[in-house]
Ligand binder design. Structure first.
Ligand code: COA
Length: 331
């Protein structure tokens, strides 16, 4: 039997209105715009308003993706949301989105792969379509990291932002769409990036709150080294899977964590920076949302065109990583 080709039929993204600039941070923590720009490339980040949560961002992005694909919510068979900042422990963000957009025929679940959530979601969603189980899958990466960021910790407060990106997966022309994937994990590095409290190991207590254990903790230097190493490796594995090489890549769309990490990864892959989509300056690190937001901007700006080979690459807590190679063709 001939394998089905699966591609992105529509894409959309949304970031909340409120912006925190580096100059705003200068007023609250011991940092400078110069330091942040030089070490990370980040200039500002968007954050949710009081009362706004991840499902609100995810819903807006999903609505835009549906519009872009020209399909109705009832056609969606499955919703997968990559997130580590759900509105609450349960129900899942995916179920909240299902209700908001009235995707009454869709199954729905969240997936935890931190900043690799979107590429893990694409791999999972496309497998259901390839197997013939489902026809249309909505994959969303959505985060409100500002809610789990310790705004008094200069090591992390400068890095993160909020947003959402969504893609509708469905069958596409043979030879186009997702050509190769790679996913990996190393649980041994779990301590490098984590929120220690609020789960079943350390339920929230007055003590965990006073020790600020409900916020993101990170060993920045170790995460940096891991990221630079793994990005090139996972892209090359996914390219091998697609029977392509880095020379065939038109655009790299990396997880937007740090400009220096992106530059190192591009260099290792032999790609000049004009073939890399970068928007970390505007949004900071939005975890699972960063790749679909960058992809959406790359497409809507006219940079990414039909026939281009796109390499999406993510890495993050877990540790996790993954890459998706797509030959772009939007009907
Ligand atoms: N403003 C000013 N100075 C800061 C600072 C800030 N926000 N944060 C740290 N510093 C200081 C440090 O205290 C240190 O001072 P010292 O030399 O007097 O000890 C100095 O700057 C250098 O710190 P260092 O941690 O070595 O900086 P760095 O170049 O490694 O940059 C990160 C730090 C966090 C930007 C970088 O390690 C990084 O981006 N790591 C990856 C993080 C990431 O991507 N996480 C998410 C993955 S999905």
């Amino acid at each position: 039997m001939k394998e089905r080709s699966v591609g992105i039929l529509g894409i959309g993204s949304y970031v909340p209105e409120k912006i925190i600039t580096n100059f705003d941070l200068e007023k609250t923590i011991d940092t400078t715009d110069k330091w942040i720009v030089e070490r990370t490339g980040i200039r500002e980040r968007h954050v949710v308003a009081e009362g706004e949560a991840t499902s609100d961002l995810a819903t807006r992005a999903a609505e835009r993706a549906l519009l872009d694909a020209g399909i109705s919510a009832e056609e969606i068979d499955l919703i997968i949301v990559g997130t580590v900042t759900p509105d609450m422990q349960f129900p899942s963000v995916a179920c909240l989105v299902q209700n908001n957009i009235k995707a009454v025929n869709a199954a729905a679940f969240d997936l935890t792969a931190v900043c690799s959530g979107f590429v893990y979601g694409l791999a999972t969603g496309s497998s259901f379509i390839k197997a013939g189980t489902y026809k249309k899958v909505l994959v969303i990466g959505a985060e409100s990291l500002s809610k789990i960021t310790d705004w008094s910790d200069r090591n992390t407060a400068i890095l993160f932002g909020d947003g959402a990106g969504a893609a509708i997966l469905g069958e596409t022309d043979a030879g186009y769409g997702i050509l190769g994937i790679d996913m990996g994990a190393d649980g041994n590095g779990g301590d490098l990036l984590r929120v220690p409290a609020g789960g079943s190991r350390l339920p929230t207590t007055e003590e965990t709150i006073s020790q600020r254990l409900h916020y993101t903790q990170m060993d920045g230097n170790e995460v940096f080294k891991f990221a630079v190493k793994v990005m090139g490796e996972t892209v090359n594995k996914a390219l091998e899977n697609a029977k392509l090489t880095a020379k065939d890549v038109t655009y790299l769309v990396p997880h937007q964590a740090n400009m220096r990490i992106i530059q190192s990864a591009a260099k290792r892959l032999g790609l000049p920076m004009d073939r890399v989509v970068v928007n970390v300056d505007k949004y900071g690190n939005t975890s699972a949302a960063s790749i679909p937001i960058a992809l959406d901007e790359g497409i809507k700006s006219g940079r990414i065109k039909n026939g281009d080979v796109i390499a999406l690459v993510g890495f993050g807590g877990g540790l996790t990583w993954g890459a998706t190679i797509i030959k772009w063709s939007k009907p």
